[in-house]
Structure formats: structure tokens, C-alpha cells
Design a protein around this ligand. Structure first.
Ligand code: SF4
Length: 458
């Protein structure tokens, strides 16, 4: 048992983090950048950072994730990375030919204080950026945020660099889908299409990190939001931002820069959050909800009604990204489950805690911030003895140690497939979540059942 020395008694810790409940800003920024069509993410720092971030995404998606690096050595670390970045931009456009290079900083270049806009301007002045091509950047210091913060920063950079208000309003809605899987982005778009809403979805990693194997190597797969689409987002009549931590900053910037009003909703995870999303789309675009979507909703309600006895009173412990934790908590409490602790390593702020408290009251442990870690989560699990855990792959050690079923959610998931292809958002995603929860609970029940109550029919 790997974690058998984790003590049950909890003491206040301020100077030490054990197994952080987050990863680098850069991972999220790289992932968001992959949601631009024909874009090569670039890591402005040393090779080690880029290698780690690429491998994290590659392991999660089981597809080779492409990214380049400024390859800092001692010289750049002392004198700054300008020469490295200008040279990199030249090499990347010459050798790999992307439409867009999306540069994100690392801890090292942030500490040095490299001025990215100035360096990009210099590269342009030196003729290193071919006509029609673009270099964008986001500042992503990992000592100041998590992968979700990095995703938010790169999404805002897309608005900053591309979106324009031409004065000619287009009858389309922007959807900023937040830090979700490509399968979820596709599902969110599918719902908008089913409602007959013309939308611009960005970033959009569907068809990029889950592209099909067709026997050929595609450096730039077919998916991703185009530069043109993100530019036109400045002429949309409304923006729906999904998930406050990952999407609000981009929506606000679109409003300030291009006068596109917005609404920020929870990610459509579970029944009620999906209802809110569908209803907001309906109201915003002045459309009706089609029968097909109502059928999907009815199926979710049917399963909840049929299986309520298995959900009722079951205790859950959650660790993950704040934008997912809010609607997940709402969904679980709607199922009459008892959510005992909710933890995120992303600094999500008092609004996150307030939202969670509205859903679960004062008796549940709620923590956010860079100091929050897996060790703490394990201690809480020991104290609360939940029936079910929700979290990423790293939680499997705790799940094994405590013999509690784990539902894998969030980032990273290194040891399963499915998250790339099957959504947890929308009504179909809610059905999938219900199935996963039920299977986990019933598998354990079957495993532990004495012979006389080992049931064939549930
Ligand atoms: S924490 Fe900073 S230095 Fe370490 S891998 Fe992440 S970006 Fe690089």
C-alpha cells in the first residue's frame, strides 16, 4: 500500500505541499492553443518544461502532442530569451509552417521578465513572421496559477490578438467552452446545432487531440477554431462563457474590446446545469428546444428516477478543477448523494467557495488554492469515509489504499481511455456520468455481497 503512512489526524501546514492537486499553467495554455486550427504551441523556457507539458498531454490523449521550445540554456537564463525566441519563430515558420504560433511563458522566462510583446514585435520587424501568419502570447507563470489559469490566459490571448469588431453584427453566439475534453467541446457544439443556433466555439480541440488514425501523419489535424472564426467572434451578438475560472476573462475581454455582451454559466455537467445552458441558448438565440434534446433530457430523468435508491445517501469526496466541481456537486446533491469534501488546487477564490456552500451547506470541507494537495485529500478521505471518489488518475493510489471506487474526471487521466471520445457534458454526458457512478457503486456491492444477497437483478 503506497500511501499507508498518511496519518488520519490533520494538522495545519503552510510551508509544504505534498503531491499538488494541480499542474502547470503551461499545460492548460498548450491545450487551449491546440484548439486553434493550424497552430503550433511554443514554450518559452527550457526544454525540460516543454518536454514535461507535452508528455502530460500526450499521455492524457494517447496522441502525439506537438509543441516547440525556446530551449533556454545558461546564456538565456542570465541575459533573457529574446534571441532564442526570435530564432525559434524563424525556424518554426520555415520548417513547420503553422498559421499561428502560440507562445506561453514558463516560470523561468517569467522570473527573468522577458517582454513577450516586444520580442514578437522585434521578430516581425526583422521579417521573421511571414505575411498572414501570427504569433500570439500568454503569460503563464506556474507559481501563480494552475493548468486552468493557463487555459484561461491563452483563451483571453486569442481574443486579444484575433477578435475584431467591424461594426457589422453577425447573428451568431460565441461559446467559450472552458477547460473540458474535446468530446465535451463537440457535445456543446452538437447541442447548439440541434437548437439551430449558429455559434463560434473557441478554443475547440475536438478533431485535434482526438483525431482519427487514417494512416497518414497530420502535423495539423482538421479540427480547431480558425483565426477567421475567432476574429469574427468580435461581431457576434452574444457570448456564453462556460465555467468562471477558465472562460470568464476571455468573455469579459470580448465585451470590453468588441462590445459583445456575455453571460457566464456553469459547465453543463449534470441535469440542472445542462438545463440552464440549453435554456440560455434558447433565450439568447430566440429558438425552441427540439424534441430530440427533450428526449435526451427525459432519459436522464428516467435513469435518475429508476436508480435513485442506489444514489441516496452515498457519500462522495471530490478533487479537481473548480469549473467542473461546481456543477458536479450540484448534480450529486440532486441525486441525494452526500458530498463530504470538495478540493481544488486551482486558486478559485471566494466566489467558488460561496457557490459550493450554497449547494452543500457548512458541513462539507471546501478548499481551494495552490497549497491544497493530494495528501490533504487523502486525510479527508480517511476522516470522512466516502463511498465514492471523483478525481484524476493520481487519486487511484488513495482509492486503492482505502478500497473506495474512483470515478476518473479532470486532468490528467493517464490510465484509461474514453474521456477523449465520450462527453460528460450535456444530457448524454449526464447519462454517462450516471452509468459510471452506478457501475462503480454496484460493482463494489456485488464484490462485497455475501452469497445470499448476491443479486441477479438490481
Ligand atoms: S513549474 Fe514552471 S519550471 Fe516547472 S515545469 Fe512547470 S513551467 Fe516549468
Amino acid at each position: 500500500m503506497l500511501l499507508r503512512h498518511t496519518p488520519e489526524a490533520m494538522t495545519e501546514r503552510t510551508a509544504l505541499t505534498v503531491n499538488p492537486a494541480k499542474t502547470c499553467q503551461h499545460v492548460g495554455a498548450m491545450y487551449a492553443a491546440l484548439g486553434i486550427h493550424n497552430c503550433l504551441p511554443h514554450s518559452h523556457g527550457s526544454q525540460g518544461c516543454c518536454a514535461y507539458h507535452r508528455s502530460a498531454l500526450t499521455r492524457h490523449y494517447k496522441d502525439p502532442i506537438m509543441a516547440t521550445t525556446s530551449s533556454f540554456t545558461e546564456g538565456a537564463s542570465v541575459f533573457g530569451g529574446q534571441a532564442n525566441l526570435v530564432e525559434s519563430i524563424n525556424n518554426i515558420f520555415t520548417i513547420y509552417g503553422p498559421e499561428v504560433i502560440a507562445v506561453n511563458t514558463t516560470c523561468l522566462s517569467e522570473v527573468i521578465g522577458d517582454d513577450l510583446p516586444q520580442i514578437i514585435n522585434k521578430a516581425r520587424a526583422d521579417g521573421k513572421i511571414p505575411p498572414g501568419k501570427t504569433v500570439i502570447h500568454a503569460n503563464t507563470p506556474s507559481f501563480k496559477g494552475s493548468h486552468v489559469t493557463g487555459f484561461a490566459n491563452m483563451t483571453s490571448a486569442m481574443v486579444q490578438y484575433f477578435s475584431e469588431n467591424t461594426g457589422k453584427k453577425l447573428h451568431q453566439v460565441n461559446i467559450i467552452p472552458g477547460y473540458v475534453e474535446p468530446s465535451d467541446m463537440a457535445e456543446i457544439r452538437r447541442i447548439a446545432v440541434a437548437l439551430g443556433v449558429k455559434s463560434v466555439l473557441f478554443p475547440d480541440t475536438s478533431g485535434v487531440v482526438n483525431a482519427p488514425l487514417d494512416g497518414k501523419f497530420h502535423l495539423y489535424p482538421k479540427g480547431g477554431a480558425t483565426k477567421e472564426e475567432i476574429k469574427n467572434a468580435g461581431d457576434s451578438f452574444f457570448t456564453l462563457a462556460l465555467g468562471r475560472t477558465a472562460s470568464l476573462s476571455a468573455a469579459k475581454l470580448l465585451d470590453t474590446k468588441c462590445k459583445v455582451p456575455f453571460e457566464c454559466l456553469d459547465l453543463p455537467i449534470g441535469l440542472r446545469a445542462t438545463d440552464t445552458f440549453v435554456d440560455q441558448l434558447r433565450k439568447t438565440a430566440g429558438v425552441s428546444v427540439p424534441e430530440s434534446i427533450m428526449t435526451e433530457r427525459g432519459q436522464v430523468v428516467d435513469v435518475i428516477t429508476d436508480m435513485h435508491q442506489y444514489f441516496y445517501g452515498k457519500k462522495a469526496a471530490l478533487i479537481g478543477d473548480p469549473d467542473q466541481l461546481i456543477p458536479l456537486t450540484q448534480f450529486l446533491t440532486d441525486l441525494d448523494m452526500d458530498v463530504r469534501c470538495i478540493i481544488t488546487g486551482t486558486p478559485a477564490g471566494p466566489k467558488f467557495v460561496r457557490r459550493i456552500r450554497e449547494l452543500v451547506g457548512e458541513n462539507t470541507v471546501v478548499k481551494d488554492g495552490l497549497g491544497v494537495d493530494m495528501f490533504q485529500f487523502h486525510q479527508l478521505v480517511k476522516n470522512e469515509q466516502p463511498d465514492l471518489l471523483f478525481g484524476n488518475t493520481y487519486v487511484k493510489y488513495i482509492a486503492r489504499d482505502e478500497d473506495i471506487p474512483l470515478i476518473r474526471m479532470g486532468f490528467p487521466i493517464y490510465d484509461r481511455v474514453g474521456h477523449q471520445y465520450f462527453p460528460i457534458t450535456g444530457y448524454r454526458g449526464a447519462l454517462r456520468l450516471l452509468e459510471k457512478i452506478l457501475n462503480a457503486l454496484l460493482d463494489k456491492q456485488d464484490r462485497d455481497a455475501p452469497e445470499e444477497s448476491f443479486e441477479l437483478v438490481m
